[in-house]
Each structure stands twice: as structure tokens, then as C-alpha cells.
Design a protein around this ligand. Structure first.
Ligand code: ADP
Ligand code: MG
Length: 730
């Protein structure tokens, strides 16, 4: 019988490292060459059309139908000059990945001929028969059709000779069926109110937009070894595998020299990314063996989210050429670090300000503190919703596992800012502060802030939401997530918070307070009100779990209970107030997420059962038979006294193997029973909870016995590539 593990191992040895050829010596020569960016638009569009697109991008103005035809024809000409034959609307359905349906440019013109054709109508809107995408019941209840509509704020790009047009995806009745629609709506809500708040400080601000710089973690595994692991193929993670004698204990992979196979892959992937305008900048080894990270320069959040989705696709695509598979799962291997996607988030203005950057003047710092404190308050008031925004079955395995932030949301702001907020809190009034600290200055004086930029080294890596000098880093996001979701939730809670802030400040001003006093007093009250969300200590510790419980912070460890925050009365009111999502949309998403959770566990449970019964048990029995044969042989050749003495080891192993086999069989049968019961449950929440409480616990108990067998059974017989093989690139 062929052992695929050994065939695979042989293939990994001397795997060639492909030669990388850069399109040019300078990245700037080809950066963005595959996007319909400003340069391409200037070349292909009339001045009038260019100005219209620019306005649509900058101010969100609608594009006139006539101009749309011009743009479509320019896009087609540009794309054809690069060998493009097809076009597709490219969108982010609720599956979490991206979707495309390609159409050729050709249009028959009679006489057996065809011409390239691409009308404005095809650019603006399409009706893909996308009825199999999750809609959480929206399209059953209302109308089966789903539409995609062009998002001119994100540039069209070329992938595999296909022109990809970023779009939103909505139902016939306007409900969003994707991640992008609520993201765009949340940006509008945030812009409207944040601009008004900015004007308390600076009359010139005309627009505020969120920025995002993501850091994507991933694992590389040799494609041949991957193919010999059905669990990796079907679930993206290993369900079995005894830990390798050496993995990450020596921290010798973290920031180490990048293996030449991995480096070639990264270089190749970066070329593709740069052509698509993704500003990738950083690459390095991560903590676990074969774990890596890449990060771009931050961008406006909508573009950054598109770029992250595109990058996840590129990772997969380029990996094939290098005989690798990329694992984006949050926890592909037990016992070593999992993967996250750190989301660096800030707010920028059209006047070039970063609102979370402490400035040089007192006025700037007053603004900085006001925005910062509003974020604290927003996170404080919505911690459960933030937890819900990153909930997934994969992330459950990572959060709180001593290597990633826990399922408890808290904010880290660093020693200096903590001290500053504390001082503000104690001041009886703005004036008394001025009197005490800076008699000459009539502005509010907040000491030490300008130094923050130079002194943010006390970064707390254990916090799920940390201030890192000029941005917040949301670290609890899972590596495979469409990051549009945590982003639209962050934008929305911030928009709502700023609205409250403006109301509070205006209220005080209406009763006679001066503007700066009003702001000061509201900020002060928010500092008091959001105290319990701030935590500067070690978030990975058990002490924090206890302390957080005392503070009344939630700790929703697993996805089903975490998701409940999506449909609370408070959340529904918040999203409706900000016009980001309706109750129907929220409920639909809640259903989809629960269903996905259940299905993922169902698949994992089946894969685990299949591997245990069809791969592991037969192997264990085969080895056991060898031992039995050996014992029989010993009995034949030895006298009975020597036999008792010398066969003890074999007999013990035979017994041990029998025990593990019996346990696996028994647990497997119980798991199937539990699954059957769970499958019959009607409500999606109850069903997800049944999977969580009754099916999931078997994964670890079955695994325990399988991993023990891995240590007992002859290495030559073991069918699945082992951790020591998967984790180290040859
Ligand atoms: P670290 O690994 O130390 O957290 P990195 O340098 O790897 O830091 O990543 C920092 C990320 O933060 C980068 O993507 C960077 O572009 C991004 N970033 C920097 N400033 C901002 C900002 N104002 N808004 C959003 N993201 C930012
Ligand atoms: Mg980081």
C-alpha cells in the first residue's frame, strides 16, 4: 500500500526555488500598472469624464449615465491594451471570500463576426444569478434577485486577463448582501459627524475618513504534504498531530532569516501585489515555524479592505507556482501560535491631519484627546459588539489561548496617556488647570502629549485594542476574516459616539458654557464613564479574566454567544440610527454566521471521524498485528520464563494500542450520536450551541488518543505528515 506521506516527503526534498524576474529594476515603474488608477484615467478619459470620476471618489457624487458610457469604453480600451478579454463584477459576498462571474467583451454583430463591447450599463450594474450566496433569508422573504453595483471609489483592476470591477452586492429591495455596502455606509456616517466635531477645533476640515493598515499573518506549507492531509484540504487546519519535539520554543523563527523558498514566494507575490497597487511594504517571519506576515502602507479603509481581500487571493494563487499552500486559518496547528490580522485604524482629514496623532500645539492636543476619549467611550459602550465583529469558529481557537488577545475586549493607551487622562479627571475645571499649570496660556494645557510620538515603546502586545502612538491596533481580528466587518462596526460605533459627543457639547454651550469648557467637561465625564475598558496589564493572564469579570466586562468565549450582540435592541437601534444596517440586515447576518459556525463544526467533526476511523485505526491495527506476530514468534523460540520477561514491552504496547483504539471508537460513536441530535435541532442558535457544547468537546478527546498512537506506531506506517514535517520548510 502506498504511503502518501512518504511520496509527499520525497517531493519536498530538493524542491526547486523558482527564479524571480522583476518586471523592472524599479518598483515605481510597474506599481499600479494593472489598475485603472489616476494615471490610466488621465490617459484614457476625457477631461470632463476624469473630473466626474474624481468628484465621485472624493465627494461621493453620482455619475451621470452619459459619462458612464464614456468611462466604460475608456476602461475597455485600457484593459484591451493589456490583453484583457473578459470583465467581471468583483464583490465581497457573506461567504467571507470574494466572488466573480466573468463575461467576455465580445458581442456578435452578424455575418458570423463579433466585436469587443462594454457598455456603461454593464459597468454600473449587473444581476449575477448569485442565488446560492448566503442571504440569511433576505432573498427568500423579499425577492430572489441580487444586484451588483459599481463602487467607483475603488479602482478597477486586472487579474488573469480579466477586468475586475469592485462592486457592492445588494438585494432587489436594497438590503446589503455583502461586507462593502455597510462599510461604505459607515464611512459616510462617520464622515458626516466627525467633520462637524473637527470643526470645533479647525474650520477648514471638510472630510474625515478612516484609515486602515492591516498586518496579515499566514502559514506556508509544502503543497505535496498538504495534499497528504485531508484535514488541511477540507478544513484548513490539522485535526490531529502530536507536537513536534522542537517548534517555537527557541523563538528562532521569529524575525529570522527568511528561507529561500519562502522568500522567492514573497518576492513573486509582492510583484503581483504591487502591479495591483497594493502598497505592500513589510515582510517577516512570525513566531511559529513556517508562519509569516506581510503588511502594506495604510490606506483609506475601503481601499485597504479591497486590497486585503485581493491579497488573500494572491497569496493562494502565487503559492501554487511555488509548490506551497497558504493557510489563512486562525489555528492550523495546535500548540503553536495561530494567525491574526492586526487592524491599524485611525481617522484622517482632507486637510492632511491624523486625528489620533498627538500634535505640537496645545490646540492640536486638545483635539487629539477629545477624539481619543471618544474612542474609549465608544469601545466601552460597545465592547460586546466589537467582540461579535471578530467571532468565528477559527478565531475561537485563537482568542484567549495564551498567544492572542482574549475574548475580553479592553483598551491599552499606555502609561503617559493614562496619566494625562487621570490628571484631566482630577481637575475641577479647565481654568483651574490653566492656573495651576500654565498661567500665561489661555488654551487648555495638557502636558507631555507632544512627547508621546517619541515614547510609545511600552507597547503592550497582549491588548486586543491598543493605542500605538498615532493609531489604534485592533489585534483580535482573525487571519481569514473579511476585515470589512470589524471596520464597519468600528466606524459605526465611533460615528454614534461622536454624535452623542456633539449633542453633549452643544447642550452645555446652549446653557452658556464656552466651547472649550464644554468640550473639556464632556471629555472629563467620558474619561470617568469609560474607565473599566482601560487595561494596561497582561491581557493573557488569568488574573485579568477575574478582574474583567469584576469590572463587568463580557467574556464571550465562543462564537454563538458572542454573536448575540448583533441582534440586541441596543445594536439594532445603533445601526438604524446611523443608517448603516436595518434590523432585517442584522438579523440576516446573525443567522448566516450561526449557520456557518454550525456547518464548520459539522465538517470538522466528519473529517475528524473519517481520518480517525479510516486512516488512524487501520494503521494502529496493522502495527498492533506486527507486535502480536512478534510476540507469537518470541513464544515459539523462548522458554516460557524468558518469554514472560522479554515480551513485556510488546504486550504492554499491544494493550496500550488496544485501549486507544477502543477509546477512539467509543468516542467517535458518541460524537456521531451527538451530531445526530444536534442536526435535528430547529433553531439556529440552539443548534450552534449544541454543536459547541455537545460535539466540539469530542474533538480534543479523540485527538488525545490519536496523538498518543502517533507516538506508539512505527513511523514508517504513519499515513499523515507529522507536525515536524509540516512545520519546517525543506
Ligand atoms: P507592528 O508590527 O509593530 O504593529 P507594522 O509596521 O508591521 O507594525 O504595521 C503597522 C501598520 O500600521 C502598517 O500597515 C502601517 O501602514 C499602519 N499605520 C501607520 N499609520 C497608520 C494610520 N494613521 N492609520 C492606519 N494605519 C496606520
Ligand atoms: Mg502589529
Amino acid at each position: 500500500m502506498a504511503n502518501f506521506r512518504f511520496i509527499a516527503l520525497e517531493k519536498t526534498i530538493n524542491c526547486p526555488v523558482p527564479e524571480i524576474s522583476y518586471p523592472s529594476n524599479k518598483v515605481s515603474d510597474y506599481f499600479g500598472s494593472m489598475t485603472f488608477n489616476e494615471t490610466a484615467m488621465r490617459e484614457y478619459l476625457t477631461d470632463e469624464a476624469f473630473r466626474v470620476v474624481e468628484k465621485a471618489v472624493r465627494q461621493g457624487e453620482r455619475i451621470d449615465r452619459k459619462i458612464v458610457d464614456q468611462i466604460a469604453s475608456a476602461m475597455k480600451a485600457w484593459a484591451m491594451s493589456k490583453g484583457v478579454t473578459h470583465y467581471t463584477h468583483w464583490f465581497h459576498p457573506l461567504t467571507g471570500s470574494t466572488a466573480e462571474k466573468h463575461d467576455a467583451f465580445i458581442n456578435p454583430v452578424g455575418g458570423g463576426k463579433a466585436l469587443e463591447d462594454f457598455q456603461g450599463s454593464s459597468l454600473v450594474q449587473q444581476e449575477p444569478d448569485a442565488s446560492s450566496f448566503p442571504s440569511g433569508g433576505i432573498r427568500n422573504t423579499f425577492e430572489a434577485r441580487g444586484y451588483t453595483a459599481w463602487d467607483p471609489t475603488s479602482p478597477a483592476f486586472i487579474l488573469e486577463h480579466t477586468l475586475c470591477i469592485p462592486t457592492i452586492f445588494i438585494s432587489y429591495t436594497g438590503e446589503s448582501l455583502d461586507y462593502k455596502t455597510p462599510l461604505l455606509r459607515s464611512m459616510k456616517a462617520l464622515d458626516d459627524i466627525a467633520t462637524k466635531v473637527c470643526r470645533y477645533f479647525d474650520k477648514n476640515v471638510g472630510k474625515v475618513y478612516p484609515t486602515l493598515g492591516w498586518e496579515q499573518e499566514y502559514f506556508l506549507v509544502d503543497a505535496a504534504l498538504y495534499s497528504a492531509r485531508p484535514d488541511l484540504i477540507l478544513t484548513g487546519q490539522t485535526v490531529f498531530g502530536h507536537s513536534s519535539a522542537k517548534d517555537q520554543q527557541l523563538s528562532d523563527h521569529y524575525f529570522g532569516t527568511i528561507h529561500d523558498r519562502a522568500l522567492a514566494f514573497m518576492q513573486d507575490m509582492e510583484i503581483e501585489a504591487h502591479k495591483l497597487g497594493i502598497p505592500l511594504k513589510t515582510r517577516h517571519n512570525e513566531v511559529a515555524p513556517s508562519q509569516f506576515e506581510c503588511a502594506p502602507v495604510f490606506e483609506e479603509v475601503n481601499i485597504a479592505v479591497d486590497h486585503n481581500q485581493l491579497l488573500m487571493h494572491l497569496l493562494d494563487k502565487v503559492a501554487r507556482r511555488h509548490r506551497f499552500k497558504v493557510l489563512l486559518h486562525e489555528k492550523p496547528y495546535a500548540g503553536v501560535n495561530g494567525s491574526g490580522k492586526h487592524n491599524n485604524w485611525s481617522l484622517a482629514t482632507d486637510t492632511g491631519l491624523n486625528l489620533l496623532s498627538p500634535g505640537k500645539t496645545l490646540k492640536d492636543n486638545f483635539r487629539f484627546i477629545a477624539f481619543l476619549v471618544n474612542i474609549l467611550k465608544a469601545v466601552h459602550d460597545n465592547e460586546e459588539l466589537i467582540r461579535a465583529s471578530i467571532a468565528s469558529e477559527g478565531n475561537d481557537l485563537r482568542l484567549g489561548a495564551n498567544e492572542a488577545p482574549p475574548a475580553i475586549i479592553s483598551v491599552f493607551i499606555g502609561e503617559q496617556i493614562t496619566r494625562t487622562l487621570h490628571e484631566i479627571e482630577k481637575m475641577p475645571s479647565r481654568k483651574s488647570f490653566n492656573h495651576n499649570h500654565n498661567e500665561k496660556d489661555h488654551q487648555i494645557n495638557i502636558p507631555k502629549i507632544p512627547e508621546i510620538l517619541f515614547d510609545n515603546t511600552d507597547r503592550n502586545r497582549t491588548s486586543p485594542f491598543a493605542f500605538t502612538g498615532n493609531k489604534f491596533e485592533f489585534r483580535a481580528v482573525g487571519s481569514s476574516a473579511n476585515t470589512g466587518k470589524p471596520m464597519f462596526i468600528l466606524n459605526t460605533i465611533m460615528a454614534d459616539q461622536l454624535q452623542q459627543f456633539k449633542k453633549d457639547v452643544d447642550g452645555l454651550m446652549a446653557s452658556g458654557a464656552k466651547k472649550d469648557d464644554a468640550i473639556f467637561n464632556v471629555v472629563k465625564s467620558y474619561i470617568k464613564a469609560s474607565k473599566k475598558i482601560c487595561f494596561e496589564g497582561n491581557s493573557y493572564s488569568d488574573a485579568w479574566v477575574e478582574e474583567a469579570a469584576k469590572r463587568g466586562l463580557s467574556n464571550n468565549r465562543k462564537t454563538p454567544e458572542a454573536l448575540a450582540a448583533f441582534i440586541s435592541g441596543k445594536t439594532i437601534a445603533l445601526f438604524e440610527r446611523q443608517q448603516v444596517m436595518s434590523e432585517t440586515e442584522l438579523r440576516a447576518r446573525y443567522e448566516i454566521k450561526l449557520e456557518k459556525y454550525t456547518k464548520k463544526l459539522q465538517i470538522e467533526s466528519r473529517v475528524l471521524g473519517d481520518l480517525a476511523i479510516n486512516h488512524i485505526l487501520p494503521t494502529a491495527i496493522q502495527y498492533q498485528n506486527r507486535l502480536i506476530e512478534n510476540a507469537r514468534g518470541l513464544k515459539e523460540v523462548l522458554d516460557s520464563k524468558s518469554f514472560v520477561k522479554l515480551s513485556r514491552n510488546q504486550l504492554n504496547t499491544i494493550k496500550e494500542i488496544s485501549d486507544h483504539i477502543a477509546s477512539i471508537k467509543e468516542l467517535w460513536q458518541k460524537m456521531i450520536e451527538a451530531r445526530k441530535v444536534a442536526n435535528r435541532i430547529k433553531g439556529s442558535f440552539e443548534q450552534a450551541m449544541a454543536y459547541r457544547d455537545k460535539v466540539l468537546p469530542f474533538f480534543d478527546t479523540i485527538r488525545y488518543h490519536v496523538d498518543k498512537l502517533e507516538l506508539l506506531v512505527d513511523d514508517e506506517l504513519w499515513p499523515l505528515p507529522k507536525y515536524r514535517e509540516l512545520l519546517f520548510i525543506k
